[in-house]
Design a protein around this ligand. Structure first.
Ligand code: KIV
Length: 277
């Protein structure tokens, strides 16, 4: 899928994701918040880039996803979309609707989803929650805006849960999650993120839906997988839950490079004559 010539490739669409589920091809999704990272992701063949509200944590340094605003999400999304367009334009770009941009009423949710779609050339929005957001999801999808759902550990509700532990381990919550998943599909959601739930439950949800499920800490039976880019690149050293596989140790790589740079400048070994005009 790598394409260094800047050649455009067929864009991943909601229909494309459904077809991937049908032919049992796994969907790959990673988060990105900036132009440079989005370029690398698109060039590397990722199917979906999520401009996650995890930007609130890993980009802005907040403790939770709650503080990020709709304007900040739009700022990140514009940069990501430009990154994808600078490469193959293949990756689908989905933006998280931030906390309190869709919970007040379905009318407000529609207005904000419309604002996000008008301000960006992105492919859809993601919203957390089940039954309580179903009316909003229906209104938004009815006007043609694709919605990705998000169930299980929904970080915007962290103060209600009181912890980041695995969700839906009890029968009652598991049944409720399965019901919510079906309601979201009926309301028109095109895919569903399942975060930190037992693998057996995620497998059951995946079998019960015709739309793809994308898991994070939800086992290998989901139709796709998503990780936060900072976690999988080893940029977030304090955070190591078992569901994160580290594909690189960028914290050490960047640290070592900066230490060498500081050393070179202090010793007046940088810049050299060849690096000067
Ligand atoms: O904001 C985010 O990064 C997410 C992923 C964890 C799915 O919602």
């Amino acid at each position: 899928m790598s394409n260094n010539s800047g050649k455009k490739l067929p864009h991943v669409t909601t229909r494309g994701l459904l077809e991937m589920k049908e032919r049992k091809e796994r969907v790959t999704m990673l988060t990105a918040y900036d132009y440079t990272t989005a370029r690398i992701l698109d060039r590397s063949g990722i199917d979906v880039i999520l401009v996650g509200d995890s930007a609130s944590n890993v980009f802005s340094g907040h403790n939770t996803t709650l503080p990020i605003t709709i304007e900040e999400m739009i700022y990140h999304t514009k940069a990501v979309v430009r990154g994808v367009q600078a490469e193959t334009s293949r990756a689908m770009v989905v933006i998280d609707m931030p906390f309190m941009s869709y919970q007040l009423s379905s009318e407000e949710a529609l207005r904000n989803a419309g604002k996000i779609m008008k301000d960006n050339e992105c492919d859809g929005v993601k919203m957390e929650g089940g039954k309580v957001i179903v009316d909003a999801v229906k209104r938004i999808t009815d006007v043609g805006i694709p919605v990705m759902g998000h169930l299980g550990l929904t970080p915007q509700s962290i103060y209600k849960f009181g912890s980041y532990k695995v969700r839906a381990q009890e029968k009652k919550e598991a049944e409720e999650l399965l019901r919510d998943a079906k309601l979201l599909e009926e309301a028109g959601a095109f895919a569903l993120v399942l975060e930190k739930i037992p693998a057996d439950l995620a497998a059951e949800v995946t079998r019960s839906l015709s739309i793809p499920t994308i898991g994070i800490g939800a086992g290998g039976a989901c139709d796709g997988q998503v990780l936060v880019i900072n976690d999988m690149l080893g940029l977030n050293t304090e955070f190591h839950p078992r569901f994160v596989r580290r594909y690189a140790d960028l914290d050490s790589i960047i640290h070592d490079a900066v230490v060498r740079y500081v050393d070179d400048v202090k010793k007046e070994e940088f810049p050299s004559e060849e690096e000067s005009y």
